[in-house]
Write a protein that binds this ligand. Structure first.
Ligand code: PEP
Ligand code: MG
Length: 588
């Protein structure tokens, strides 16, 4: 039988990208273009019903915008925050609303058509204005128009979502990815995005094969084309020949068999041949993923990315809503532990905030945003505490850069405890508080930061991005995003050794641990706890059970002396060959 290499060498109908989530799928392409709401122009019979729908949509839009505005006011200077105020004023503009209602009565057309038409008139005037400021405002009005129409159509972000398709898009936000997964998307292919963009991470957690950073998939692939997505090697085949279809169908079947084999490892420990046990935890991005976690044989949840709730709900959850979510997760995973990470909003993660920072990854993200939005932070802390009664929840702070941020956060946590005691709530008074080690400033002072907290977890996704000054989601620089760059290995060694001096537990929850090639390196460096996507746990286990710790340590000792990524990668590949360890790609 031909190999992947042979097949790809011969194929002219392929495009290449970054292999973002493993797996092979064959299906129909669905070209997804964002924000295009189809306007229903049809006549109506029930005028009162239409006016009631309009009123409800205006109120829902106001509710959404008020939340955005509240944050904007705390975050931005008055002038910029005023954009949202202006949008809110449009929603309350009596003349506009009267006009729309009157036109509904007279023209007997769908409210969405009248809203579109009436607000577009405003915009046209603004676009024709000579003042740039007014032209800009026309864009803001587009946003409010789309929001009202979307709410009239009682839709969240997209108009049409087809089921069981391969989604082809320029880019995908985490919210898009989740929405599509709910509609059983088979695969994702995007023009932009890198391996650690959040859309890619979510694809991996949901076990949906994905190829990102193809540059031109949306140009090459037409809606309805038959496509094959190879999330192992990062290729997409367009309108495959019979031979290609046959080849990939066989590979898919082989993969299903392999997954069955791996399931047998579920209850076995991840222990090296010479007896060193590595605890494998699961990263959870989407609440629904918990079932996969339970079946994966994970020791617990090492990272729960709570910000995904915002994407799932489309808005900030209340304290009560959060209590329900966290308590459910904690009881499902009991007696295992769950580490809930505070909302890591910002960077590429949250398109809910409708303003753009010039440099979001270096901006108001994670703990920085939470400390400035204390109401939001306190709501979450209270909810986490209220869910912690069974003592199996830990709380972790993202994007910590300074010691003061930890102290300030702990002060807020203590305030919440005092409040809850007064309100007679029961909670784990000794809840463990930890931090992500993902900003180089923390890495270089690991021992000192460790002294302030109960545990730490290395986030390689951001650590690599900030260490090498390379945007984790930008495919133009993905070559430079090197997990085997010598400095990455050296900083990991530094963190691990320094943390040992502090005697505080240290784990690693970045995607590096999900790269099966990196596993012997991480184990050899001395890590004993890894948190990875649930789908990767069986593969990681299979690999760990196939080498000796002392050999992995030797491998690391030699890699730490090397100067280029290539040398290190070659050495690790050789380790796999010498020890006869198969990686996923070779297995299929
Ligand atoms: C990381 O940065 O490695 C991490 C685990 O967090 P996230 O990917 O959510 O930023
Ligand atoms: Mg991070």
């Amino acid at each position: 039988m031909k190999s992947f290499k042979d097949i790809y060498k011969e194929s002219t109908n392929k495009i290449s990208g970054i292999a973002a989530a493993p797996g092979i799928t064959i299906g129909d392409a669905y070209l997804f273009t964002k924000e295009k709401l189809d306007i229903n122009k049809s006549d109506i019979t029930d005028i009162e019903e239409a006016k009631k729908n309009l009123q409800e949509a205006l109120e829902k839009s106001k509710l959404e915008l008020n939340k955005v505005f509240a944050i904007a006011r705390e975050k931005m200077d008055g002038v910029r925050a005023a954009i949202f105020e202006a949008q809110l004023m449009i929603l309350d503009d009596p003349i506009l609303i009267q006009t729309i209602n009157r036109r509904i009565e007279q023209e007997k057309k769908q409210p969405e058509f009248i809203v579109d038409d009436e607000i577009s008139k405003y915009q046209d005037k603004m676009i024709l204005s000579r003042e740039n400021y007014m032209k800009e405002r026309a864009h803001d009005i587009e946003d409010i128009k789309q929001r009202i129409i979307r709410n009239l159509q009682k839709k969240r972000w997209q108009s049409k979502i087809q089921q069981d398709v391969i989604v082809i898009s320029e880019s995908l936000t985490p919210a898009d990815t989740i929405l599509f997964s709910k509609n059983k998307a088979k695969s994702f292919v995007t023009d932009h995005g890198g391996l650690t963009s959040h859309a890619a991470i979510i694809s991996r957690s949901l076990n949906i094969p994905a190829v990102v950073g193809t540059h031109n998939a949306t140009v090459q692939i037409k809606d309805g084309d038959k496509v094959i997505v190879d999330g192992f090697h990062g290729y997409v085949i367009i309108n495959p020949s019979d031979e290609q279809t046959d080849f990939f169908t066989k590979k898919r079947l082989r993969l299903i068999e392999l997954q069955k084999d791996l399931e047998e490892l579920k209850d076995k420990p991840a222990v090296t041949k010479d007896g060193k046990e590595i605890k494998l935890f699961a990263n959870v991005d989407v609440t629904g993923e918990i079932d996969i976690v339970i079946t994966s044989g994970a020791s617990g949840i090492g990272l729960y990315r709570s910000e995904q709730i915002l994407d799932e709900l489309g808005e900030f959850p209340t304290e009560e809503e959060q209590v329900i979510i966290y308590s459910k997760l904690a009881s499902r995973i009991y007696p295992g532990n769950i580490t809930i990470r505070a909302f890591d909003i910002g960077g590429d993660k949250f398109r809910f905030l409708e303003y753009r920072e010039p440099n979001p990854f270096l901006g108001l993200r994670g703990i920085r945003l939470l400390l400035e939005n204390q109401t939001l932070f306190k709501n979450q802390v209270r909810a986490v505490l209220r869910s912690s009664e069974h003592k199996n929840i830990k709380f972790m702070l993202p994007m910590i850069t300074t010691i003061s941020e930890i102290r300030e956060s702990k002060k807020i946590i203590e305030e919440c405890k005092t409040e809850l005691k007064k309100e007679n709530f029961h909670f784990d008074n000794d809840i463990e508080i930890g931090i992500m080690v993902e900003v180089p400033s923390v890495a270089f002072m690991t021992k000192d930061f460790a002294a302030e907290v109960d545990f730490m977890s290395i986030g390689t996704n951001d650590l690599i991005q900030y260490l090498l000054a390379v945007d984790r989601g930008n495919d133009l620089v993905s070559e430079l995003y090197q997990e085997f760059n010598p400095v990455v290995l050296r900083i990991l060694k530094y963190i691990i050794d320094d943390a040992k001096k502090s005697k505080k537990p240290l784990s690693l929850c970045g995607e590096m641990a999900a790269d099966t090639l990196a596993i012997p390196v991480l184990v050899g460096l001395g890590l004993q706890e890894l948190s990875i996507s649930a789908a990767t746990i069986p593969y990681a286990k299979k690999i760990i059970r196939n080498f000796e710790y002392k050999r992995a340590k030797k491998l690391v000792d030699s890699c730490l002396k090397m100067l280029t990524e290539k040398e290190i990668e070659d050495a690790v590949q050789k380790f796999f060959e010498d020890n006869n360890i198969m990686r996923t790609r070779q297995i299929i």
